[in-house]
Design a protein around this ligand. Structure first.
Ligand code: FE2
Length: 545
């Protein structure tokens, strides 16, 4: 598309053929310095304070939402640096977070822009600028690389998996470490900013919410935390696609029962393109891997729309094109830490059989503030065809690192100690094995392969249709010779684990290290698969200052 004079009235609804989304946030008159980061990753849009005047976010008793149409949403882009053969206009929006209670502050955001780029070529580097050319406020140049086309022989080079990140010194170490590992794609498995309860959590401000705010019926958030987090992430997210799924810290209830307002406004996900029509769950492809992002804080029951969508999505996966199926959601089903122990057992009981039927290969979770990798497991029984579950809720949150195991003496939680923030309690006493008759094990469960209470992140490197290397990078190893905290080859066995059959025999432990078999034996479940959603995300969180 040839570049033309921008028109604010020219925006039309993006078509389903779109392949990527670029978004940025135009902020106000106060300049905020970027976090320290390697200079080669330091990119920023220009300060446009003079042009925008008071177009920043506002916090206080009286706030006035900005007019989103007051600034255009443009992206100029092309495959050669400095030459932008195409242009796309997008849409802009604002949101407010209201707490009309004594002592709490209202917030209304700066103008948030979403621009979807259509027809991008796979595996191609694009250069772009964003901004509003009508007020001569285009950014510096950025670049990013699109995902490879679906196929069994092409994968993103490195996929970073981060959970429970927050905005602390530990978060900074994690992100610097991630940048050092140069990912091609980032999966963020919930609990992003910890803007909720910020005034009364982690030793910040008041220690007792009800004491400090006796007339406030709902907990507070500090929304400028979201703005700061966007700036903090910019060195990474201005050049690497990031896919997100919501955690409990994104719920952020406000007046009139409104929830998830910041999360839903700030992040675009390919819900329509993956037929979910819900921003709380969706799927996308990245080369030969199909990713399914599930919502744990919306209806997950068998009778619900998310379950129906999941069943349809799994059925439509073409394993000859995308041999790997990776699922992610926030709270883990398999967790041997004391914290959040069996908290989402109801969700497991509703959905696990479906994931097993379609032979999901890997599951990533967060929520528990520590690292744990499971052996392949199904229904609490070792199974060579169950997923490898990995918890990486150790990004650097404001709360703490979880250190106690449920099998430590005296550490088994009471059944109602870990109440989920959505859904019911379905606590399970084990009916077989070493923990028979008990709620907790007396030693590390056999399905728990490795666990450690350290901050860090993971990197998944898919080698081919049957091998993938998983490495957990601890923060304490970030500034020395990089020694993996945990590392394993995850091996698919498509002949043994067909999506159409269930494995019922007793499997050996450590089955993921078995010899691989030909990908040609993978059952093809459907004939049509879309590549278009491979990058359709909140691709960039660029802050224009
Ligand atoms: Fe969480």
């Amino acid at each position: 598309m040839a570049r033309s004079t921008p028109s604010r009235a020219a925006w039309t609804r993006p078509s389903a053929r779109a392949a990527t989304t670029c978004r940025w946030i135009i902020r106000g008159s106060r300049r905020t310095s970027l976090p320290r980061s390697p200079s080669r990753f330091r990119s920023r849009c220009p300060l446009i304070r003079a042009r925008c005047g008071s177009l920043g976010s506002q916090i206080g008793k009286n706030v006035t939402p900005l007019d989103p149409s007051s600034v255009a949403s443009e992206v100029w882009y092309g495959t050669k640096s400095g030459k932008y053969a195409s242009q796309q206009d997008g849409k802009s929006t604002v949101y407010s977070q209201l707490y009309p209670f004594e002592g709490l502050l209202n917030y209304t955001s700066g103008i948030i822009h979403h621009v979807r780029l259509e027809g991008l070529e796979p595996g191609m580097t694009y250069y772009f600028k964003c901004g509003d050319s009508s007020v001569q406020a285009m950014s510096d140049e950025y670049s990013f690389k699109t995902m490879p086309s679906p196929g069994p022989n092409a994968y993103p080079s490195r996929i970073a998996v981060i959970g429970d990140l927050g905005l602390t010194s530990n978060s900074s170490t994690t992100i610097n470490h991630v940048i050092k590992n140069d990912p091609a794609l980032v999966l963020m498995v919930g609990d992003l900013t910890y803007a909720n309860q910020y005034l009364t959590t982690g030793g910040q401000g008041a220690s007792c919410f009800s004491c400090s705010f006796p007339n406030a019926p709902i907990r507070e958030t500090y929304q400028p935390r979201w703005d700061g987090w966007g700036r903090f992430m910019e060195p990474l997210t201005s050049r690497v696609p990031m896919m997100v799924i919501e955690g409990n810290h994104e719920i952020e209830p406000q007046v009139d029962g409104i929830t998830f307002q910041s999360y839903l406004t700030r992040f675009a996900v390919p819900s329509e393109e993956s037929r979910s029509n819900s921003s709380f769950y969706y799927s996308f492809n990245a080369g030969g891997a199909h990713f399914i992002m599930l919502g744990a804080y919306v209806d997950y029951n068998i009778t619900g729309t998310q379950y129906s969508w999941l069943m349809d999505d799994l059925h439509r996966v073409n394993r000859s094109l995308t041999p790997w199926v990776v699922a992610a959601w926030h709270p883990p089903w398999y967790n041997s830490y004391n914290s959040h122990y069996q908290e989402f057992e109801c969700m497991r009981q509703e959905m696990e059989a479906l994931l097993y039927q379609y032979k999901v290969d890997i599951v990533f979770n967060g929520h528990v503030h520590a690292y744990e990798r499971m052996n392949r497991v199904y229904n609490y029984t070792l199974d060579p065809c169950g997923p490898v579950y990995i918890t990486v809720g150790d990004g650097g949150n404001i709360e703490k690192v979880d250190v106690d195991f449920a099998d430590d003496p005296g550490k088994c939680p009471k059944p109602d100690d870990n109440k989920p923030e959505f859904g019911g309690l379905c606590h399970l006493n084990f009916t077989s094995g070493p923990a028979k008759g008990n709620f907790c094990w007396s030693k590390q469960p056999e399905w728990s392969a490795y666990r450690e209470s350290s901050f860090g992140h993971g990197i998944l490197e898919v080698v081919n249709s049957t091998y993938a290397l998983w490495t957990w990078h601890r923060n304490q190893d970030a500034y020395k010779e990089d020694t993996p905290g945990d590392q394993i080859f995850i091996v698919r066995q498509p002949k043994l684990c067909s999506p159409t059959t269930k494995e019922t025999s007793d499997p050996p432990q450590g089955a993921q290290e078995s010899e691989p078999t030909s990908p040609s034996s993978t059952v093809i479940l459907s004939s049509k698969m879309m590549w278009l959603m491979s990058l359709l995300v909140a691709l960039f969180g660029i802050v224009v200052r």
